[in-house]
Design a protein around this ligand. Sequence first.
Ligand code: DGJ
Length: 527
Amino acid sequence: MSPFKSQGYVYHNNMENKFFLNKHGDPIFVTGLQCHNSSTGSPLIEKAIRAVKKFGGNVLEAPVYWYWLEPQEGVYDVSHIRQLIQQVRDADLKLVILWFATNKNGHPNYVPEYVKTNPKKYRLAVGADGAPVPSMSPHCEATLTADKRAFVELIKCIKEEDQDYGTVLAVQVENETGLGGTDRDYSNIAQRDYEKPVPEVLRDIEIKNSGASKKDSSWRGQFGRYAHEVFTAWHHAVYTNCIASAGKEIMDITMFANAMLGDSIDEAGLSYNSGGPVVRVLDIWKAGAPAIDLLCPDIYNPGRDEYEHFCRAYSRADNPLFIPESGFWGTSSAINIIRAAAEHRAIGICCFGAESALNDDGEINDESKEAAVSFKIVNSIAPLLIKYHGTERIYPLIQEEFTVKKHIETPGYHITANFDIKRMFGKGNPSRGRGILVQTDEHEFYLSGDNVGLDFLRRPDPDNEIPYIQLKCRQATQLNFLTVEEGHFEDGKWVADFCRNGDQSNYELYANDGEIVRIRLNPHIGL
Ligand code: DGJ
């Protein structure tokens, strides 16, 4: 075992990124923007692409529409999909395709007209009052069959158009699926399903605080107050899984489902769509939709508690964290991007509304600038986030509210991150300090960040009889470095662009505006 490992670092790479890969099979850390809903096939896509470029991102997320793909029943037209792939490829970006079909935020906006105009065959869900709600029923075989057929055409198109290029990284199956305006479908057909016993594969799943009586194998008996939501989640999971697995038979490509998370009133169908892959029903979805590789939160909650709650819930051994939608406004978004990437081991983060990130001059607008710098912080250190994913070598550095410092204790060093260094050095009124520190060897660190500087103090060996002598010795600080380099990664290899020394290294080892520095400290302190 290397001395570095023996210092107590635990390696638990249980959530490896095998989902977003380039065409050589190497992982990509996704930093992307999602265009607005109606932009595909319009000039706005070029604007969205420009926004991704300005952000320094690597992915555009864009929808394709069932009603365009199947303008008449059984007649398929994939031209808007071909065009989209080409546009993104020409821009040298990757594409995540969003399948807007049966379900778009719970609504059937994007189903073809032949579906919209035949509600007897393609049934809407029915609310508790007996009236239809504006959501397709997941208990409708006809809709499922038609959606699946169209989805297969989409995947065939991706295969034909892209298998030699690898522009399309992944496909999102439906969008924020679930039922709006009801907790379940109360139609007769759905009722018949509801009266069947809970499927065997769900029997061991318990939902916290459900108050279930467990008196029988009914949905109510097993899932108590959450019976309707769990039942609906199961049927949406199975529905989505049928579509995804039909697509995977054509081409093995990463598929994911995203969840509308809602606000703090935690009642399905009221504050969020019932049946989507929200925290409470993640295990139900995992059981019902094995062809869906990732269950993903759309996190629009800026506050730390909620944001972290969702990151923790979705970052699981069987589900690495990918955030397909989040905001890019102001400080909270900028901080949360770092939180997700460095603290919660995300494999990708996207923000919604690409075109809105640009002002009339085509530049990033003021509200989105901080998030763009956070993308830069993540991108500049991404090769190390990938290499050390799931290890304890990655440290988030975040200037939390009312703080100016953060202390990190590694086995070998006390590291103090000082925030607001721009203000100290007279560089105006900067944004919150934030960064990512990665320890790559016992005495080697990489720091990317903005408005953050580091002080190192070598920790005395546990066997040192008089540790205080070392603690007071200037040679045990960062003054004792070998090299401090500004640089960048090229094909995963570090390239040094500028060597800092003297005034540029003696006061603070800093990173600003998303830059990255490599710091090699000297293990020989002369004591
Ligand atoms: C979440 C949806 O998934 C997106 O398509 C978009 O409608 C955003 N909400 C708008 O905030």
